[in-house]
Write a protein that binds this ligand. Structure first.
Ligand SMILES: [Zn+2]
Length: 90
C-alpha cells in the first residue's frame, strides 16, 4: 500500500469535508442522510473510482474519490504519499 491520506484534507463541492482517515481508508458522513460512508482507495474497492463508487446504505446515493484510483502510479510500499491534497469527494 503506497497511498496515504494522513494529513490530507477532503472537500465536497468546494467546502471542507470532515472525514476520519487512516492509511488509504476514509470514513465520511453522508451529506444527504448522515449514514457512515466508507471509501477504500485500492483497486476495485468501495469509492476508489466512479465505476466502483461507494453507495450510502441509508439513501443509496453514490460517491467516489477524485483523483480516482489508477489515474497515477501507486507509490512504492514504505514510501506512502497522498494522491492529492485536497482530495475531492465526488
Ligand atoms: Zn445517505
Amino acid at each position: 500500500m503506497g497511498w496515504t491520506f494522513t494529513a490530507v484534507s477532503f472537500q465536497r463541492g468546494g467546502k471542507t469535508a470532515d472525514v476520519h482517515a487512516d492509511g488509504n481508508n476514509v470514513a465520511w458522513k453522508c451529506e444527504e442522510c448522515g449514514w457512515p460512508v466508507l471509501f477504500v482507495y485500492q483497486l476495485g474497492r468501495f469509492g476508489s473510482s466512479q465505476s466502483r463508487a461507494t453507495t450510502c446504505r441509508g439513501c443509496k446515493k453514490t460517491y467516489y474519490l477524485s483523483p480516482e484510483y489508477g489515474t497515477q502510479p501507486e507509490p512504492a510500499a514504505g514510501n506512502p504519499q497522498a494522491p492529492a491534497n485536497p482530495m475531492q469527494i465526488m
